[in-house]
Design a binder for this molecule. Structure first.
Ligand code: WT7
Length: 650
């Protein structure tokens, strides 16, 4: 039965896929028993577990204490000194990996650049010296506003090398977003580029910086990387060209030994209301968690070409393009542009061209590929692929199966990884050689992570019931605070449910202990006293052969409390007929029951999304309720989508 404290779960999914014997035999973690043994060891003696992993990295000074914990304030590897850029680069230079590809970069126009560990090290050292020559010091904040060029990881690693804290601002944000973030962090310098290529066009970046800096007095210096060669105004005394500064810079710049808790970066995420939150990550714990999760979740091997399609402006790019893979000495592929430029087969072409082995992307991208059609992936054999990953949103079983069959050709395990900007590293995930997967489930917590599904009072809910997803113990890569606002950190993450970290997501644990993430609790719908997850109704809709994507929201209903409105985009070539609306309502009833029957179906060509691809249900809720979206829209990717939705209304 339902209660206000719980979330009813209605999704039924019984398929299960065991890892193949061939995959398991060479995997880092080879069996369920091995996972269970490690999990138990880490649970019983977390200090020994994390300390052993940390010992695989390079420390200038070993820690005195693994964890100092005063809820909710954590210090990891207390007294230790390290440098994450040393661990990403220098550590490999005394090994055969010195001449291994660290980064393979493909530009949108098609050029390819490859950096060996030695070459990347030289670039990073040179740019670190450039930063020093401009007066940037240990402890200073540096804003980075760039596209997906190799110079972006170079800039990050150079900051880390000298102990400057980077704050990367996604290249799609506007001047206003820049102002908020630069001022909040009091950045002293901005690193940017003239423009970036996106879908064949040039997106100008430097002009937005110029506009923003009129309102950002803390910034003294700007470095501009020349990518598109567009005409640029440079402000004398403030602006410098990257290539001019690099020309004479020395490549000798020893990595600074930094305290384990030294601030590595700030990354802003949008709160549902109010000003963006700057999550602060520090050095030692973040290095250890990203190193280990990258290795075990992606089963990284020296021979692999690993490709994460995220933008480095999001945490996924920080942890799983740059810091995680490079600490492992892996080869990471980085692509500059859009997935459908010049045609919707670009990703598959890249996989074929570079013989990518591990591919990590987002459900929103997978649903776009489904919508564009099978003919694009079908053109390529993609025999090199051995492992697929997903992150960012719940992946509906339909998309999961498509990903498995159409991209993985039924051969590759899928790791559906649940985590957040706040957690710094993957928290709930299959280990691909050990844990059997179920479509739509992120499966089990990573060793060392104690997760649970609880009521608002903090009591565990029985298997099969929905509730709040919480983490019960500190973990190394947890954000340490919201920059400049510790009270908000406490209130946001540590106050709602006593004694534990509350992530904001709803979830359910099944009888096998598998976690099913049900989306943000803010998005929950309450129909006649039953709390339903929007994600589950959406999953049912997307399972219909004509539906490409769906977003479900609540609107007030006199009788039921809330009613369900579904915004639906159709697969290419399907007409949005009224009969189809009825059919879809019946379909949902058949798939999950009468309770979830949508009161209204609205067809639309596109859904409003954040720039990182998450559906903005908040705006849809406003449209469904009042016909108009009025709330904060600074993170909305495409305003024309909202305009179209409003027109439909009339
Ligand atoms: C939120 C965090 C973590 C990198 C990208 C997003 C949702 C993320 C999953 C998943 C279901 C997921 C959650 C979470 N989310 N991964 N595998 N299954 N939901 O980082 O922008 O901080 O967003 O994304 O709602 O709380 P973020």
């Amino acid at each position: 039965m339902s209660s206000q404290a719980n979330i009813d779960s209605i999704l039924k999914e019984n398929r299960m896929f065991e890892p193949s014997a061939a995959f398991s035999s060479t995997a880092h973690i080879k069996s369920l028993e091995e996972y269970q043994r490690i999990f138990k060891e880490a649970e019983e003696n977390p200090d020994a577990f994390w300390s052993q992993i940390a010992s695989e990295l390079h420390w200038f000074r070993k820690w005195d204490q693994v964890l100092e914990w005063e809820l909710p304030w954590a210090k990891w590897f207390v007294g230790g000194q390290l440098n994450i850029s040393y661990n990403c680069l220098d550590r490999h230079l005394s090994t055969w990996r010195r001449n291994k590809a660290a980064l393979i970069w493909e530009g949108e126009p098609g050029e390819v650049r490859t950096y060996t560990y030695q070459q990347l090290h030289s670039e990073v050292c040179k740019f670190a010296n450039v930063l020093k020559s401009l007066g940037v010091q240990k402890g200073d904040r540096v804003a980075i506003y760039m596209g997906m060029t190799p110079e972006l990881p170079v800039a990050m690693l150079a900051c880390a090398r000298i102990g400057a804290t980077h704050s990367i601002i996604f290249g799609g944000f506007s001047a206003t977003a820049l102002i908020d973030r630069i001022n909040d962090a009091q950045a002293v310098a901005v690193i940017t580029q003239d423009g970036a290529y996106r879908r064949g066009n040039e997106v100008k970046l430097k002009p937005a910086v110029d506009e923003a800096l009129a309102a950002c007095p803390s910034v003294k210096t700007v470095v501009v990387y020349k990518r598109t060669d567009a005409e640029m105004k440079m402000k004398w005394g403030r602006d410098h060209w990257w290539h001019e500064l690099m020309e004479n810079a020395s490549d000798d710049c020893p990595a600074e030994p930094l305290d384990s808790e030294h601030p590595l970066y700030i990354l802003y995420t949008s709160g549902s209301t109010g000003k963006p939150k700057g999550l602060l990550h520090t050095t030692g714990g973040y290095a250890v968690s990203t190193y280990l999760t990258a290795k075990w979740v992606f089963d990284l091997k020296d021979e692999d070409v690993y490709w994460c399609t995220a933008d480095i402006g999001w945490v996924t790019g920080h942890s799983y393009i740059v810091y995680g893979p490079l600490q492992n000495g892996a080869t990471a592929l980085m692509y500059e542009g859009a997935p459908n430029h010049p045609a919707p087969d670009r990703f598959w072409q890249i996989i074929e061209r570079h013989k990518v082995n591990i591919f990590y992307t987002a459900p929103t991208a997978i649903r776009a590929f489904m919508k564009w059609g099978e003919q694009y992936p079908r053109k390529y054999a993609m025999k090199s692929l051995r492992l697929l990953g997903s992150v960012g949103e719940p992946i509906n079983p339909e998309a999961w199966m498509w990903y498995r069959e159409m991209i993985g050709r039924g051969r590759c395990p899928i790791v559906d990884t649940w985590w957040q900007t706040e957690t710094g590293a993957i928290m709930i995930t299959p280990l691909p050689g050990a844990i059997a997967t179920k479509p739509g489930s992120a499966t089990k917590p990573f060793p060392g992570i104690i997760a649970d599904v609880v009521t608002k009072q903090g009591d565990s809910v029985p298997a099969g019931s929905g509730g709040y997803l919480v983490i019960k113990r500190p973990w190394p890569s947890m954000a340490r605070t919201i920059y400049g606002d510790p009270d908000r950190y406490v209130q946001q993450y540590w106050s709602e449910i006593p004694g534990v970290y509350f992530a904001g997501d709803g979830a359910r644990k099944d009888a096998d202990g598998y976690f099913w993430i049900m989306g943000r609790v803010d998005d929950v719908i309450n129909v006649s006293g039953h709390r339903l997850s929007t994600m589950e109704v959406e999953s049912a809709l997307v399972a219909h052969p004509m539906v490409a994507e769906a977003a479900v929201v609540a609107r007030p209903d006199d009788i039921k409390g809330q009613g369900i409105v579904a915004f639906v985009t159709l697969e290419s070539g399907n007409a949005s007929a009224d009969e189809l609306k009825d059919e879809l309502k019946k379909w949902v009833v058949k798939e999950i029951g009468a309770l979830a029957r949508p009161d209204e179906i609205r067809f639309t060509d596109a859904l409003p999304k954040t720039r990182s691809g998450k559906i903005m249900r908040r705006l849809l809720r406003e449209i469904a309720t009042s016909g108009e979206a009025k709330g904060d829209m600074t993170t909305l990717e495409d305003f024309s989508v909202l305009a179209a939705l409003r027109e439909d209304e009339e």
